[in-house]
Design a binder for this molecule. Structure first.
Ligand code: PLP
Length: 224
């Protein structure tokens, strides 16, 4: 299949799973281009994807240079960001998906020229190898960000374990949704927390059923 067909298939699957869950709200497809060339990324954009994600500063710079004429693209940074790289990245993006520690929040506060839309990353499964806060630490962490006027917590983000079965995935994504609802209900000025960034190639359909508002899909878009 061509890339344009893959994009159409993923968009259709998003709609199908929204309908299954009786959802009328918006789900944004974020195209993850990190393992792919500029030429391949161009096909994804040509197929109508307006949201693009990279996970390394170098990859972001390369793709943004190539798409300098595309002023309508929305840029997402989805990888772990080292503190010393914050300055290079933070003012170039529209969404940051991996806020997971106070030292990073402090550095963003120091370097950002305007409020940055951030997702707090949550390790819902508790796997030792994964970054992100434990569910129980999410509310205190977000409360502690009050002093940082350059950080706007727009939502929560998670990555599910690669080997989880469907039932487990439903459980992980539901937990993140419930935590999102809990934070949203606090009504914090700096944390509207309306969004859910969850779902990748292997699990985005289940994530949509469980309320994802941003799905981050890479591999599936580029399949031959
Ligand atoms: C690579 C990556 C994705 C996309 O993964 P695929 O399995 O290729 O769809 C999504 N989110 C994050 C954080 C990633 O690093």
């Amino acid at each position: 299949m061509a890339i344009a067909d893959n994009v159409a298939a993923v968009e259709a699957a998003i709609e199908k799973n929204k309908a299954l869950a009786n959802r009328q709200d918006q789900v944004t497809l974020v195209g993850v281009t990190k393992y792919h060339t500029v030429a391949e990324a161009q096909q994804v954009v040509a197929a109508g994807v307006k949201n693009v994600a990279e996970n390394r500063p170098e990859g972001l710079a390369e793709k943004q240079a190539a798409f300098a004429d595309h002023k309508d693209l929305v840029w997402h940074f989805i990888g772990t960001l080292q503190r010393r790289k914050v300055k290079q990245v933070i003012n170039e993006i529209d969404y940051f998906h991996a806020l997971d520690r106070r030292s990073l929040a402090q550095e963003i506060q120091k370097r950002a020229l305007k409020p940055i839309k951030c997702f707090v990353e949550v390790n819902v499964s508790g796997e030792a190898s994964k970054s992100g806060l434990q569910l129980t630490d999410v509310a205190p962490f977000i409360q502690s960000l009050a002093e940082f006027d350059r950080i706007q917590v727009v939502g929560l983000m998670t990555m599910a374990p690669i080997d989880a079965d469907a039932a487990a995935l439903h459980g992980y994504f539901k937990s993140l949704r419930e935590k999102r609802d809990e934070i949203k209900a606090l009504g914090l000025a700096w944390a509207p927390c309306q969004e859910l960034s969850m779902g990748m190639t292997h699990d985005y359909e289940i994530a949509v059923q469980e309320g994802a508002t941003f799905v981050r899909v890479g591999t599936r878009l580029f399949e031959a």
